[in-house]
Ligand binder design. Structure first.
Ligand code: IYR
Length: 228
């Protein structure tokens, strides 16, 4: 049996010269270094085509047994955004003001300056809600196993964020907790769980972000080389 007959095709891999590899790596790092989570968005419109590009980039993520267990719901409808904001703020109010969030957690969030109010959910041109498919469905409706769903969808979300950043768009990994209301508002099946809500747009002109610092390479990595 040839490779093609067995379901394999040649991998068209572009081998780069090391200098070029370093240049590309450095450029990508600089773009990613400039990324910040944004909570103050402009209402300026963003073309649907740009959102489609970012979702397609996210959809290139590796996944357990290639099940691609993700659904991206992109919302631009102002009425639906309003309903999402109302429901998210209800949950967040209970978390922040109703004692659902313990003191240590509130303390850890203090530098971010967050509270239960989420006006950006209405201001921003797009809300992209990522759902994790806990199981799939065969054409006859019977359940199909999905593997490493959290890891797969997490990687897809990372690629989504990187794609947005590389295109010059801003976002926030927003997880209004609990997020069940998103499944209902967006009519998704019970096989799917809301994973992350991404507001996507441009930062407001007066947008400010917390003065955070990233860990250094030495703090996040260890290299084990041959001892000779
Ligand atoms: N979901 C809340 C709380 C929150 C939790 C974490 I962990 C953060 O890094 C930021 C916020 C909110 O969005 O305000």
């Amino acid at each position: 049996m040839t490779e093609h007959e067995s379901g394999f095709v040649p991998y068209r891999f572009e081998r780069l010269e090391e200098g070029e590899m370093g240049r590309r790596g450095g450029e990508f790092l600089a773009r990613m270094e400039a990324r910040r989570s944004v909570r103050f968005f402009s209402d300026e419109r963003v073309p649907r085509e740009l959102i489609e590009l970012a979702i397609r980039a996210a959809g290139t993520a590796p996944s357990g047994a290639h099940m691609q267990p993700w659904t991206f719901v992109a919302v631009a409808d102002p009425e639906l955004k309003r309903r999402i904001r109302v429901a998210a703020e209800e949950e967040e109010y209970r978390s922040y003001e109703g004692g659902r969030m313990k003191e240590e957690w509130r303390e850890d969030l203090r530098p971010l300056g967050t509270d239960w109010r989420k006006p950006f959910l209405e201001t921003v041109p797009w809300l992209v809600v990522v759902f994790a498919q806990k199981r799939g469905r065969r054409p006859d409706g019977s359940p199909k196993k999905h593997y490493y769903v959290q890891e797969s969808v997490g990687i897809a979300c990372g690629l989504f964020i990187a794609a947005l950043q590389s295109m010059g768009l801003a976002t926030l990994t927003h997880t209004p907790s609990p997020m069940r209301f998103l499944r209902e508002l967006l009519d998704r099946p019970t096989d799917e769980e809301p994973f992350i809500l991404f507001p996507v747009g441009y930062p407001a002109p007066d947008c400010r972000v917390p003065d955070l610092h990233r860990k250094s390479l030495a703090e996040i990595a260890e290299f084990r080389l041959a001892e000779d």
